[in-house]
Design a binder for this molecule. Sequence first.
Ligand SMILES: [Zn+2]
Length: 283
Amino acid sequence: MTRLYNPLTAPDAPDADDQGPNSGGLLGEKDPAPVAVHGGADARSPFLLVSDHAGQAIPGDLADLGVTEADRRRHIGWDIGIDGVGRKLARILGSLLIEQVYSRLVIDCNRAPGHPTAIVSISDGTEVPANIGLSAADASLRTAEIFDPYHARIGVELDRRSAVGLETFLIALHSFTPKMGGVERPWQAGVLHNQDPRFGRIVLDALRADGLTVGDNEPYVLTDTSDYTVPVHGEKRGVPHIELEIRQDLIESEAGQGEWAERLARILPAARARYRALYGAHA
Ligand SMILES: [Zn+2]
């Protein structure tokens, strides 16, 4: 899926000394791969975890995007704390976790390519100079080398599971900033759902039964146009799913991440059992 520069096949291969090792592409030898896979010790685990906004990397060619380090580390750059929650949860459940490694300021992997907020020029008041007036060709490179391999990896995993008859519950993990536009958000977590809310409602009830204030399609509404991962990998395939949002101040610390991982490791299998009791096995 990646279109890394190949000097043997490129039509007008420039001299590597002039153009650098990744001329014609975006990611170079020193850049990390766009997809990180964790866990998966229990091949029969019914849960596939994905994190669209787990990473903070920026391709070397794009330097710092013109954004200060402090801003890149804010919620506009990534989903603070979700890497720790996801990896701990994957370990406890024995599930596979697929993470996007690059910052959402490079390309948002939960937006369809070409969506107005797929590559943002401004986010929560912070300009992203490198994204302003971005050419279609440069946008396509980000799609081809960062977005596509990530979603292809998720697709491969879902195909593999389906081929061997494994049931799958797709868990899209996110975190949200406690305060947006000057408004404090009251929810500790949010469950987002759209076309098929069945699994989402079960998880929502379970989190509320745990004594939490949980948003029902809050702080965001899941839609076909604003989101990509759940519509494509969950709804279109008929795979039960949730998009789960956890408030960032609760999972900034490792202790908080551990607490949430343990909570989800308890709630998700119970929710799956409830789903099967109500709707039957779907594999
Ligand atoms: Zn997110």
